[in-house]
Design a protein around this ligand. Structure first.
Ligand code: HMG
Length: 440
């Protein structure tokens, strides 16, 4: 069977950086440790005045195409995953293709284009669509370009404001990929939920605390569903476990739940029994509430064990390094978690080929999806070529007042004249609704 997976990755971060503990927290009258310790965030990325989901997506895609030496003819499909679209009819992929056609010979006239929506999950769903298209043999030897691009902005004053971010991830999906091969097995946890939604509105209506519970419930269901097709999982099976990361603190909660689940009826549970007892079994409790309380107590103890701490430090923590500095990228979030993990292995000089990751994607509304990925030969060279640190370092720091201005500029309901700004050369920039996006 032909392997299908991710052959190349590029990112484009919003060009501005808001320091959360030092700039944002004091203005909000909050303790900076809510960010550093609670949410696990140092800063967020914001789009500059001349950036939007199209420019970030097109700039990421161009970098990827240039590095891989690709021409439009090599690409048979462009899917954009976003929950920040500004057009209810024309997909963002057509705007991005239009940008790219300004700079390459050839065009995307015979590429299938679309836009995928299921909150943050749609980046992974677009990879799925590409996978299925290639596996079905409809690709005529061409690659699929998947672009996850979002400006994750909340209404000012909403608790979600703490977790904002903006950026794009471009991924090339091919046969015989050079970074990871995707498993055929997948698990889903899906239910009609209203904890985070945007019915005809730019900024989400969010019940933040509930959204955290829904994330955990759907992720657990997806893991159980994955195991029903792939067999039981064990913590040692996976080198890294990248999760959808709205903020690293969310992943801390998901990780302990996952570890507890994966250690049921295993050698690890037996090893831990003397220290923290066996895991609570539902049959041992009279009510569901008592059972849940016992699980919570077990997980609190579990987090303090050496086994858990070591597993977390090597399997989970490395997936958070980019997210900690950019905030939530919605559809791109789980894909920067994967990239963070691969960069960690590169820095440590680990040879990963043949090893596996378990990837947990999530979208509000709500659905979680879990699949495995096998890292393949060539991954290190590809990951090394991605200039993540340079992009993060080149961001311009903004003051709180500048943050408010930028938030207003990107608010579709406001008309804000930015008196002076210089858009850079050699990248796609947004120059106003009349002219849309162009390359300078
Ligand atoms: P909040 O009210 O700003 O913060 O809401 P908090 O008071 O709950 O504090 C956050 C954490 O910091 C807590 O940790 C505090 O204890 C801790 P926890 O108890 O949860 O472990 N904390 C401190 N720690 C140390 N020192 C201190 C301190 N103060 C507080 N001084 C919330 C936080 C995430 C709810 C809010 O930011 C929000 O609504 N965010 C948007 C929704 C969201 O991100 N939900 C996540 C799950 S849903 C999801 O991931 C999907 C999504 O990406 C969208 C999509 O799919 O499209 C959002």
């Amino acid at each position: 069977m032909t392997a299908v997976g991710i052959d190349a990755i590029e990112i484009w971060t919003g060009k501005l950086r808001l320091d959360l503990p030092n700039t944002f927290a004091p203005e909000k009258g909050e303790d900076p440790e809510k960010y550093t310790k609670g949410l696990g965030l140092a800063s967020s990325s914001f789009p500059d005045v001349y950036e939007d989901i199209v420019t970030m997506g097109a700039n990421a895609a161009k970098r990827l195409m240039d590095r891989e030496g690709l021409a439009p003819d090599d690409i048979g499909r462009i899917d954009v995953a976003t929950e920040s679209a500004f057009d209810n009819s024309k997909p963002v992929s057509t705007y991005i293709a239009g940008c790219l056609e300004q700079v390459y010979d050839g065009d995307f006239h015979h590429a299938n284009k679309g836009e995928r929506k299921f909150a943050c999950l749609s980046g992974t769903q677009s990879i799925d669509d590409a996978y299925n298209w290639i596996k079905a043999g409809r690709h005529r030897g061409r690659a699929a370009l998947v672009i996850a691009t979002d400006t994750a902005l909340y209404e000012r004053g909403d608790p979600g404001e703490a977790t904002q971010g903006a950026g794009a991830v471009a991924m090339l999906i091919t046969e015989n990929p050079s970074i990871v091969e995707l498993s055929t097995e997948q698990g889903y946890g899906s239910a009609d939920e209203t904890d985070f939604l945007k019915p005809n509105q730019q900024f989400p209506s969010v019940d933040g605390k509930r959204s955290v519970q829904v994330y955990l419930a759907r992720m657990r269901e997806a893991l159980e569903d994955y195991e029903s097709v792939a067999g039981d999982t064990h913590p040692d099976d996976f080198e890294y476990i990248p999760f959808h990361t709205p903020f690293p603190g969310m992943v801390r909660k998901a990780a302990v739940l996952g570890f507890r689940h994966m250690t049921r009826d295993t050698d690890v549970e037996d090893e831990l029994a003397d220290e923290i007892g066996m895991q609570p079994r539902e049959s041992e409790y009279d009510t569901w509430d008592d059972y849940e309380e016992a699980i919570r107590a077990y997980m609190d103890d579990l987090k303090e064990t050496e086994q858990y701490r070591e597993w977390y430090a090597t399997t989970i923590e490395p997936t958070l390094s980019i997210s900690r500095n950019v905030g939530n990228w919605y559809t791109g979030s789980v894909h920067i978690a994967r990239l963070s993990a691969l960069r960690d292995a590169l820095e440590r000089g680990d040879e990963l080929a043949g090893k596996r990751m378990l990837v947990g994607s999530y979208g509000s509304g709500a659905q979680a999806e879990i699949h495995a990925e096998t890292i393949v030969d060539g991954w290190a060279e590809h990951v090394e070529a991605i200039d993540v640190d340079g992009q993060l370092d080149r961001r311009q720091d903004i003051t709180y007042d500048e943050y408010e201005l930028i938030h207003d500029v990107h608010n579709h309901a406001k008309e804000v004249d930015v008196e002076e700004f210089t858009a850079p050369e050699s990248e796609f920039v947004f120059t106003g609704w009349g002219r849309m996006n162009e390359r300078r």
